[in-house]
Ligand binder design. Sequence first.
Ligand SMILES: [Zn+2]
Length: 60
Amino acid sequence: MEEPKYAKWTIEGDKKTKWICGCFQTVDDYFKFCEKHNDTLKKAIQAQVDELDMTRIVEE
Ligand SMILES: [Zn+2]
């Protein structure tokens, strides 16, 4: 119960850096990306994960 409330407060109340496109970073290093960059960054992160061979943990 506590966790989502805290996360929401953090995202809405405590932005540290905000970029003109809409991406922002909060004081506790949470990143939220705008629609434009979300896809690009998701792919970049996925590429890193593949490189680290971390994709085998969850099996569906
Ligand atoms: Zn952006």
